[in-house]
Design a protein around this ligand. Structure first.
Ligand code: COS
Length: 384
């Protein structure tokens, strides 16, 4: 699936304008209030941003992965909290449903997700199951026409805003590993589900993460994703493969913005009677960031194109996620360095962005998990 090129170019232009005219000017407000204003969320709905990855037949824009990466890159030239509002619906919260849902499940949720009437969240992580996702302990025990859910999910992005949760839970507690896990599409207003208060974080103010607690929550058996038990972990892994490309374009977008902040400062700030950008040691900081940004963008678009051609991408998505997020950390660090003492002051945006990008190397699989996925896939090719 893909949007025709002419319409896509127009859409991308309006997103670029929206970012420049609406999102960037609202960054300080988001920082102050720790929330994204409702009128901006409404404008995101009107632009179709919640439906980027949802097929057209269900009311979405049906972008290809390449197109999605291009749009996410643009949106992430503004503070990452804005992308976060649409991120789970465009990415990990909805894609299990798009990939493996039954027709009835798709009809039930996708049209409302596409318009942004409801937001979705992806509930995999638990207090004792982070990198080791297959060890999750939340259970869903069949009881007639229902499953009864018990357990706690942690750091769930947008749970507080969600109208649909994709929840991974163990339907067969006797099976310890991946094959005992199933996925469910859950209405968070179901009795027995509590969404805890928002977590306090290092950065990314305006993004909302929280615990989701299940205490004897009875959900209809029809909520089992794809109608099949035991597929939840495999679906989650496929969703994360795709999500890692999405997140790579988050990294390239914010990296471009941060580099721009550093470049502008280097051109304006004078020391020793000359703009600091004239100094070769500052030029080295700019050049290293520019080269890394170019590499990060190129590899993300290359892997996205391969995804669109239905080639195998788990290893490449992990390479992209690892490189682009680590590069974002280095680019942010250099931008702070270019700003000197000013870079440590909250008055300048690079201080905030430096904290914001720290999360990129942690969520949707730490850098160390990406290394593991890359090496395991490499070793598979030589195993006999
Ligand atoms: N696509 C489809 N299936 C996959 C897969 C993928 N990308 N990766 C693994 N699987 C399958 C394996 O083939 C294996 O199948 P079998 O049960 O038939 O053997 C099963 O899943 C378990 O895989 P594996 O043995 O590799 O699992 P491990 O527990 O050793 O590790 C990692 C899997 C570490 C890669 C996984 O737990 C992971 O990605 N962790 C990070 C989780 C994460 O990103 N969390 C972020 C929170 S969500 S925002």
């Amino acid at each position: 699936m893909a949007l025709d090129n002419e319409t896509f170019v127009l859409m991308k232009d309006s997103v670029t304008r929206f970012v420049r005219e609406r999102l960037v000017p609202a960054e300080d407000l988001v920082e102050e209030t720790d929330d994204v204003p409702e009128e901006i969320i409404q404008e995101m709905r009107e632009l179709g941003l919640f439906g980027l990855s949802i097929p057209e037949e269900y009311g979405g824009l049906g972008l290809s992965m390449t197109q999605e990466c291009e749009i996410i890159h643009e949106i992430c030239k503004a503070a990452l909290a804005f992308r976060s509002v649409i991120g789970t619906t465009v990415g990990i919260g909805s894609q299990g449903l798009v990939m493996t849902g039954t027709e009835e499940q798709k009809q039930q949720y996708l049209p409302r997700l596409a318009t942004g009437e409801i937001i979705s969240s992806f509930c995999l992580t638990e207090p004792d199951a982070g990198s080791d996702a297959a060890s999750l302990r939340t259970v869903a025990i069949k009881d007639g026409d229902f499953y009864v859910l018990n357990g706690t999910k942690r750091y769930i992005t947008n749970a507080l805003r969600a109208g649909m949760l994709t929840v991974m839970a163990r339907t067969d507690p006797g099976k310890k590993g991946a094959s005992g896990i199933s996925a469910f599409l859950v209405d968070p207003s179901t009795p027995g589900i509590t969404i805890a208060k928002a977590d306090e974080k290092m950065g990314q103010r305006g993004t909302k993460t929280s615990d989701v607690i299940f205490e004897d929550a009875r959900i209809p058996a029809s909520a089992l994703l794809g109608g099949q038990e035991g597929q939840g972990f495999y679906t989650a892994m496929k969703v994360l493969d795709r999500g890692r490309l999405h997140l790579s374009s988050v990294s390239t977008g914010i990296s471009e913005r941060i580099l721009e902040e550093g470049l502008n400062y280097a051109a304006e700030r004078k020391q020793f009677g000359t703009p600091i950008g004239e100094f070769q040691l500052v030029q080295a900081l700019l050049a290293d960031s520019q080269a890394e940004l170019y590499a990060a963008k190129s590899m993300t678009l290359d892997a996205a194109a391969k995804y669109d051609r239905e080639e195998e991408i788990p290893m490449l998505a992990a390479c992209c996620k690892m490189f682009t997020t680590e590069a974002a950390g280095r680019i942010a660090d250099r931008a702070v360095q270019i700003h000197g003492g000013a870079g440590y002051m909250s008055e300048y945006k690079v201080e905030r962005f430096y904290r914001d990008v720290r999360l990129l190397r942690l969520y949707e699989g730490t850098t160390q998990i990406q290394q593991l996925v890359i090496a395991r896939n490499m070793l598979k090719t030589v195993a006999n």
